[in-house]
Design a protein around this ligand. Structure first.
Ligand SMILES: Cc1ncc(COP(=O)(O)O)c(C=O)c1O
Length: 460
């Protein structure tokens, strides 16, 4: 082609993505596109748009994994076409899921680790729904057997993650959530027992409370429920929300009794994609023994071939996260998980120490007795030239996402900031964050915020 003719067919020449006919104009945003676009162009456009999201590695508000090994990327890619629900078509993925359940049953000290039941889920929220449903079903069976009414179930918990509010609403259960009171930010056995009666389907302690990162005292609550049963004859089971702690305590706090070592703990949920170190989209729920999951809740379908038992709220979903969970179990083992989490605990404690030394902050949680995280508030009784919302906003300039939020019912007055120290939040990154915080504090001293962002209509 003569060079001078190039202009007339410029639109067809794909030597530059951004000068292409696809990308030199705006792509459709809210109406369904009428024509096809070149895959290379669309990929670039979508890729570029994603740059505007925060950098997940600097998102210190999330509990979820934001760094994975290259092998994990490979396995995820290899599994992109596998539907984990189709156990007849992908029997090996199903086998891997079953192995994970038994490995977790072993990790959580089930007396029947080889035979007990459990399943993968999309995360702890779905797992909580399944654990909660099983509690409701078992309670209803017990009540029916005694000829008692079954219209007023209740559940007792401390300050729980929103999934339990959803569970209570969707399944019509009265949620007896123990409110925080002054310095008591989690459940105590006394507060639990005050709320128990024969309509209590179960008690749900959290191992790693979302707001404060502390472990609730599962053993103490279990002991108190034993005593309550001796006195009243009412037998109330425990489901542990181990969203974070389920993958921490077994490795870093092996003597803490919170799992199936306690006969009253009938089921446990945990997020594989949090401290289980798998990519987003996997959780687990397990029952202490087979008998603890009512058979009535298991559905069997045969139209995909074979006889397929399912107990899940979802149906089709990808198998990659489960396969990678298995990879992690084999890759890391007990020792690997312990080393990774221990490094995170040490970083959390070091960062907490440095933040305490800055002056304006009071450490609420320093990474001891819960998950690898820290939280702090502004010292009370002092005048500060900024709020924690201002600080959170200013840290965003350097890309850090550090949540600032108020506590739930009864302690809404307490505003805190929290950092989750996960795999990939290195000591160096922690140090850089502390330096940036120090710079922000100095900035606010020179430029006090006269109008707090909250009253200026700032949305957080
Ligand atoms: C204690 C607790 N339970 C449940 C959940 C929900 O977990 P997922 O995001 O895996 O659904 C979370 C999430 O942060 C949590 O911290």
């Amino acid at each position: 082609m003569p060079l001078h003719a190039k202009d007339s067919i410029r639109e067809m020449i794909d030597d530059d993505i951004y000068a292409s006919s696809d990308l030199s104009v705006c792509l459709p945003k809210y109406t369904f596109p009428k024509v096809e676009h070149e895959s290379r162009h669309v990929y670039q456009a979508v890729h570029d748009e994603l740059m505007l999201d925060g950098n997940s590695r600097q998102n210190l508000a999330t509990f979820c994994q934001t760094w994975v090994e290259p092998e994990v990327h490979k396995l995820m890619d290899e599994c992109v076409d596998k539907n984990m629900i189709d156990k007849d078509e992908y029997p090996q993925t199903a086998e891997i899921e079953a192995r994970c359940v038994h490995m977790l049953a072993d990790l959580w000290n089930s007396p029947e680790a080889e035979n007990t039941l459990g399943c993968s889920t999309t995360g702890s929220s779905e797992a909580a729904m399944l654990g909660g449903m099983a509690m409701k079903w078992r309670w209803r069976e017990r009540m029916k057997a005694q000829g008692k009414p079954t219209d007023k179930p209740n559940m007792i918990c401390g300050p729980v993650q929103v999934c339990w509010h959803k569970f209570a609403k969707y399944w019509d259960i009265e949620l007896r959530e123990i409110p925080m009171e002054q310095d008591r930010l989690i459940m105590t056995p006394e507060e639990v027992i005050k709320r128990c009666d024969e309509n209590t389907i179960g008690v749900v302690p959290t191992l790693g409370v979302t707001f404060t990162c502390q472990y609730e005292p599962v053993k103490e609550v279990s002991d108190a429920l034993d005593k309550f049963q001796e006195e009243t004859g009412i037998d109330i089971p425990i489901h542990v929300d181990g969203a974070s702690g389920g993958f921490l305590a077994p490795f870093c706090d092996p003597n803490l009794e919170w799992d199936f070592r306690l006969p009253r703990v009938k089921s446990i949920n945990a997020s594989g994609h949090k401290f289980g170190l798998s990519p987003l989209g996997v959780g687990w729920v397990l029952w202490r023994t087979k008998a603890d999951l009512p058979e009535d809740l298991i559905f069997r379908v045969n139209y995909l071939g074979g006889d397929m038992p399912t107990f899940a709220l979802n149906f089709s979903r990808p198998g990659g996260q489960i396969v990678v969970q298995y990879y992690n179990f084999l890759r890391l083992g007990h020792e690997g998980y312990r080393r990774i989490h221990q490094a995170c605990y040490e970083t959390a404690q070091a960062v907490a120490q440095q933040i305490a030394e800055m002056g304006p902050f009071e450490i609420i949680y320093n990474g001891l007795g819960g998950i690898p995280a820290l939280s702090w508030s502004l010292k009370s009784g002092e005048d500060h030239p900024f709020t924690l919302y201002d600080l959170s906003d200013r840290l965003r300039i350097r890309g850090w996402q550090v949540a600032a939020y108020s506590m739930p019912a009864h302690r809404e007055d307490l505003v805190v900031m929290r950092i989750l120290v996960r795999h990939g939040v290195s000591r160096d990154l922690g140090e850089m964050l502390v330096n940036d915080m120090q710079t922000c504090v100095e900035y606010f001293k020179r430029n006090p915020v006269t109008k707090p962002l909250e009253s200026a209509g700032y949305c957080h």
